[in-house]
Design a protein around this ligand. Structure first.
Ligand code: SF4
Ligand code: SF4
Length: 60
């Protein structure tokens, strides 16, 4: 799955909330910014995270 690069991600948690397989963890970096990390061992590649991510749909 291709969620936006950390530099573009707003940390909105929408992907985290949407994932039916609970495969997304919000990891906190050294500055306290939380960004999603997908566990590829449990991800079913359903695509919901990409569908719901507002950053991937800017301008639509
Ligand atoms: S593709 Fe589906 S299962 Fe995989 S991380 Fe995204 S929402 Fe979760
Ligand atoms: S939905 Fe998109 S912008 Fe929001 S936390 Fe997930 S990857 Fe980042």
């Amino acid at each position: 799955m291709n969620l936006p690069d950390k530099s573009l991600c707003t940390g909105c948690h929408a992907c985290y909330t949407a994932c039916p397989a609970k495969s997304i963890a919000m990891r906190e970096d050294e500055e306290g910014f939380r960004y999603p990390v997908i566990d590829t061992t449990t991800c079913t590649t359903c695509g919901l995270c990409e569908q719901i991510c507002p950053v991937l749909h800017l301008g639509e």
